[in-house]
Design a protein around this ligand. Structure first.
Ligand SMILES: [Zn+2]
Length: 468
C-alpha cells in the first residue's frame, strides 16, 4: 500500500488546501458541454499533468447521439426600465440558462417570466439550469429577487452564439507494465459549481499527479469530459480499446461534508466494487454502498449493456439528495479542504489495492510450513504481531491460485495492507509464488515442479524483513 502510506506521511491539511485552491482557480469559469470554458479548464489541468486534448466536430454521430453545436457566451443581462442591470452574467455565470441562444429584445415582465428560473424553496439561491438539446434562452435568479420585479419593460440581452464547432475533452494516459487500464473519469462541464464538478476534477488531477512517473502495474487513463455527451463521444471513438478497461471509477461530488457513497458497477461484483467497498470499510470514513442504477453520472454510459465496463461511482453526498445540488449554494464554502484530501486518500488506497491485488500459489501446501524456523512466527509480541501472523496463515491457506489477496482480506476480515504485506514477506521467503497477470487457471503451467523451484528463487536479494 505505498500510495496510501505515502499520502499518510504528508500533511493532509496542506494537500486539502492545495486541492481547494485549485478548485477556487477554476470556480469562476463559465463551463458548458462545449466551448471555451471547458478549453480553459483543460488548459489549467494541463499545467499540472500531461493531457491530450481532443476536439470532436459538431455533427459527428456518436452512437445514438450527435455532437451538438458549440456554445460561446460573452455576456448577458436584464436591464430594468431605469436602465439598471438587475441581473448580470458577470456577477454569476449561473444567471444564464446554460446553452442559451442569443437574444436582444425589450419585453414586458409577463413576456419575460416564462424565461426566468428560480427556486421558491430556497429563495436566496440561484438555480443552475441547462437547455442543451432544445434551443431556448433564459435567466436564473433568486426567487427573492424575482418577487421584487415590477411591471414594466425590461431589456434582455444574451450575447452568445451557438454554431458549428467542436466538443472538447482531455485525457491523461499514464502507461504501466500492462496495457490493461484503470479508468478515472470526471465531468468538467458545469460552470461555477464546486462539489458537482470541481471536487471530482481536482481530486482526479491530484491522483494523476501522484501516479505520474511511477512504476505501475496497470496503465491509467484519466478522462476530463463533458457529462453524458463527452462520455458517449469518447466511447464511440474508443469502442475497441475500451475493452482494455479492467477497473474504473467515476469521481464526483467528493468535496462536501457528507460521508462516502459508492455506487457499484452494473456487474455488481467487479474487482473495483470489491476494492472500493474494502477500502471504505477499512480506511475510509463513514460510508454507504449503493447498488447500480441506470441514472447518475457517466457510469451510465460505461455500464451501458453494450460495454458493461466495470466502472463504479465514488461520491460523498449523492447528487440530487443535498439541497445545494445544482444551485449557487454549491460553492467554494460547500466543499472543504479536509474532505477533498480524504477523497484523494481513498483514491490512493483504491489504486494500491488494484495494483497489489494478485493471486498467489502456496509453494508448500502440504500442512503448514514451519514459520518459526524462517523467523516468521513469534508467539509473544502483542496484538500487532498476532495480526501479522494471522495474516500470514490466511495468505498461506487461501493462496491456492484461486483466491486473490482481496478475497483473502475479505474472508479474513483483515485490512488489505496486512494481507499484502504478509504475501510479500512470504514471497520473499520462497513460500509463495505470484500467478502472472492474465493467468486465471489455477493449474497454470507455472505450477509445474520445475517452475515452482524457479519461483522459490528470490526475485531480488532483499532479505526477509526482520520482525524484531
Ligand atoms: Zn450536475
Amino acid at each position: 500500500m505505498h500510495f496510501l502510506k505515502e499520502f499518510d506521511r504528508k500533511d493532509s491539511m496542506q494537500i486539502g488546501r492545495q486541492l481547494h485552491g485549485f478548485a477556487a482557480e477554476l470556480y469562476p469559469i463559465c463551463r458548458s458541454i462545449t466551448g471555451d470554458g471547458i478549453r480553459r479548464t483543460l488548459a489549467m489541468i494541463q499545467d499540472r499533468i500531461p493531457l491530450q486534448i481532443s476536439e470532436v466536430p459538431t455533427g459527428t454521430p456518436v452512437f445514438d447521439w450527435t455532437v451538438p453545436k458549440e456554445w460561446k457566451i460573452r455576456g448577458a443581462y436584464i436591464k430594468d426600465a431605469h436602465g439598471k442591470h438587475i441581473v448580470d452574467f458577470h456577477q454569476s455565470n449561473l444567471h444564464v440558462l446554460n446553452y442559451s441562444t442569443p437574444v436582444h429584445a425589450t419585453m414586458s415582465l409577463r413576456e419575460l417570466k416564462p424565461h426566468l428560473y428560480t427556486l421558491p424553496g430556497h429563495p436566496d439561491w440561484i438555480p443552475y439550469r441547462t437547455s442543451y438539446y432544445q434551443e431556448n434562452w433564459g435567466f436564473c435568479l433568486s426567487h427573492k429577487q424575482m418577487l421584487t420585479l415590477e411591471d414594466g419593460d425590461y431589456e434582455v440581452c444574451i450575447d452568445s452564439s451557438l454554431e458549428d464547432g467542436h466538443l472538447t475533452y482531455g485525457e491523461c494516459y499514464l502507461p504501466g507494465g500492462s496495457t490493461d487500464e484503470v479508468l478515472i473519469s470526471c465531468h468538467v462541464c458545469h460552470p461555477s459549481l464546486a462539489n458537482d464538478n470541481l471536487s471530482g476534477l481536482t481530486v482526479a488531477t491530484a491522483l494523476a499527479e501522484l501516479l505520474s512517473g511511477r512504476d505501475l502495474r496497470y496503465s491509467y487513463r484519466f478522462l476530463f469530459i463533458p457529462g453524458t455527451i463527452g462520455a458517449i463521444a469518447w466511447l464511440a471513438q474508443n469502442r475497441e480499446s475500451a475493452g482494455r478497461i479492467r477497473h474504473g471509477l467515476v469521481l464526483t461530488c467528493i468535496g462536501d461534508a457528507g460521508g462516502f457513497h459508492y455506487k457499484k458497477s452494473r456487474r455488481g461484483n467487479a474487482e473495483i466494487d470489491q476494492a472500493v467497498v474494502h477500502v471504505l470499510r477499512h480506511y475510509g470514513e463513514s460510508s454507504e454502498i449503493l447498488e447500480f442504477s441506470p441514472y447518475g453520472y457517466d457510469e451510465r454510459q460505461y455500464c451501458s449493456p453494450g460495454f458493461n465496463l466495470p466502472v463504479g461511482c465514488l461520491m460523498r453526498s449523492v447528487w440530487g439528495t443535498f439541497p445545494e445540488y445544482h444551485t449557487s449554494a454549491d460553492n467554494l464554502e460547500f466543499i472543504q479542504p479536509s474532505q477533498l484530501a480524504g477523497s484523494l486518500r481513498v483514491g490512493a488506497a483504491v489504486v494500491d489495492v488494484l495494483e497489489e491485488n494478485r493471486r498467489y500459489r502456496n509453494l508448500s501446501p502440504y500442512c503448514e510450513p514451519q514459520l518459526g524456523k524462517r523467523g516468521l512466527y513469534r508467539a509473544t509480541g502483542g496484538e500487532a504481531i498476532e495480526m501479522e501472523i494471522n495474516a500470514r496463515l490466511w495468505v498461506l491457506n487461501l493462496s491456492d491460485g484461486e483466491h486473490s489477496l482481496l478475497d483473502i482480506a475479505e474472508r479474513s476480515g483483515l485490512p488489505f495492507t496486512a494481507i499484502s504485506d504478509a504475501a510479500e514477506l512470504l514471497r520473499q521467503s520462497g513460500l509463495l509464488a505470484a500467478i502472472p497477470d492474465g493467468t486465471t487457471d489455477p493449474t497454470w503451467e507455472g505450477g509445474s515442479q520445475a517452475n515452482l523451484e524457479k519461483a522459490r528463487q528470490p526475485k531480488c536479494n532483499q532479505g526477509v524483513a526482520a520482525l524484531d
